[in-house]
Design a protein around this ligand. Structure first.
Ligand code: PLP
Length: 412
């Protein structure tokens, strides 16, 4: 019989969201009339904005005519979209990124998951803890993570960098030799963001040690504070040691429409087994052109509309709506004496469970007493224990109702 990739056997079950779903289903069965409010899932709730819809409709009409129909598009994405990205997301901030460095894709999840294919199987990987699980699991699949230590809740060959209230969610630099680190800012799940000095420290470290930074900025559009960099390329030297991932998912409600991009500057180099310098841009281009056939023209037109004056205004309005929800959650938690982080540069609020309660116990308490669903921090890594994630992705009305219910919790 053929042999399968046994690295998959090392993956831990995708326990988090299935366990949440089964606990909620059990509760619903026992309380069929319960009015449950979901503040757990990281999916947007607002529809696509008018500028995007208009552009998508227009592009669809073009595809309906023999004269303007388009088949396969340019490999890295249409120039109209890559030019707009380079201009608005980088040049406007003084970051020296050109359209040529940008690869349009159908999601930051695939790109952050696929990028590790460019690394040697023996590369040492570091992640922050808690962590967006894709970074870890894709390295497990590639055989780079070693076996799982159940007691520690960690893979033996991955370096975990705790991010907790104790260190201000600013992870310490690794003590051991690390080849690649995944950073996510604003962070999922903690909702906190690295400031300019904190991020520059990582860039300096990467340049000193010859490491690569994989920087996930999927939540960049939620940044409100002036000292938080919008791109890692606002840090000096990052263009030689960092790859950046962005997405229209949370920016413009594209979770179901699918469009993202990855920046691989031509100045980022690794080396092969013989010590010869290799361009990461060339490798990613080769990888993408071999395994990926581009994002649909219609969707790229929709994404480009985000950069028009009308699109920018509409995006800002929707993001502000989510951020106001986050503020309502933060204020509600403060009122009942629960410490919480994030929510200012992010749609995620990361609360500290009262009296150090295990995060799954807090999940049950919130479901039973308030019929509110959140996400237990332990599901994102062992350093997430004692924390709990609530998201601003909901209507104002539901957010306010959920927060009012929090006020009635009995926490002793
Ligand atoms: N990166 C982070 C940190 C995320 O939280 C998410 C989605 O929740 C993604 C990437 C996925 O983005 P996309 O929808 O573009 O695949």
């Amino acid at each position: 019989m053929f042999e399968v990739n046994s690295n998959y056997g090392e993956l831990q079950g995708s326990y988090l969201f299935s366990e949440i779903a089964s606990r909620v289903a059990a509760y619903e069965q026992a309380h069929p009339d319960a009015d449950i409010i979901r503040l757990g899932i990281g999916d947007v709730t607002e529809p696509l904005m008018p500028a995007v819809i208009e552009a998508i409709k227009k592009a669809t009409d073009e595809m309906a005519s023999r004269d303007t129909f388009r088949g396969y598009g340019p490999e890295q994405g249409y120039a109209f979209l890559r030019d707009a990205i380079a201009e608005h997301d980088y040049k406007a901030l003084g970051a020296d990124i050109s359209a040529d460095d940008i690869f349009v894709s159908d999601g930051a999840k695939c790109d952050t998951g696929n990028i590790q294919e460019l690394l040697s199987p023996s590369s040492r990987v570091a992640v922050t803890d808690p962590v967006y699980p894709v970074y870890v699991d894709t390295n497990v699949m590639a055989g780079r993570a070693g076996s799982y230590n159940k007691e520690a809740g960690q893979y033996k060959q991955i370096v975990y960098l705790p991010c907790t209230a104790e260190n201000g969610f600013d992870p310490a630099l690794p003590k051991e030799k690390v080849d690649v680190v995944y950073l996510c800012s604003p962070n999922n799940p903690t909702g906190t963001a690295l400031n300019q000095l904190q991020l520059q420290k990582w860039v300096d470290w990467a340049r000193d040690t010859g490491a690569l930074i994989l920087f996930d900025a999927a939540y960049e559009r939620f940044i409100t504070q002036p000292d938080i960099p919008h791109t890692i390329y606002q840090c000096s030297g990052a263009e030689t040691c960092a790859i950046e991932f962005r997405s229209f998912s949370k920016t413009a409600g594209f979770t179901g429409t699918r469009c993202a991009y990855t920046v691989v500057p031509k100045t980022v180099f690794g080396q092969d087994a013989s010590g010869t310098k290799v361009s990461m841009h060339d490798l990613w281009l080769r990888r993408q052109t071999t395994k990926f056939n581009g994002v649909s023209y219609i969707v790229q037109c929709g994404a480009a509309a985000v950069y028009t004056p009308q699109g920018e205004a509409e995006v800002t309005e929707v993001i502000d709506r989510y951020l106001k929800n986050a503020r309502i959650i933060l204020d509600g938690l403060a009122k009942i004496g629960i410490k919480a982080y994030g929510g200012v540069n992010s749609p995620y609020v990361w609360l500290q469970t009262p009296n150090g309660m295990p995060s799954w116990d807090f999940f049950d308490l919130l479901l039973n007493q308030a019929q509110v669903v959140g996400t237990p921090g332990a599901g994102f890594g062992s350093a997430g224990e004692g924390y709990f994630r609530l998201t601003a992705f909901n209507t104002r009305e539901n957010t306010e109702r959920a927060v009012a219910r929090l006020g009635n919790l009995s926490l002793t």
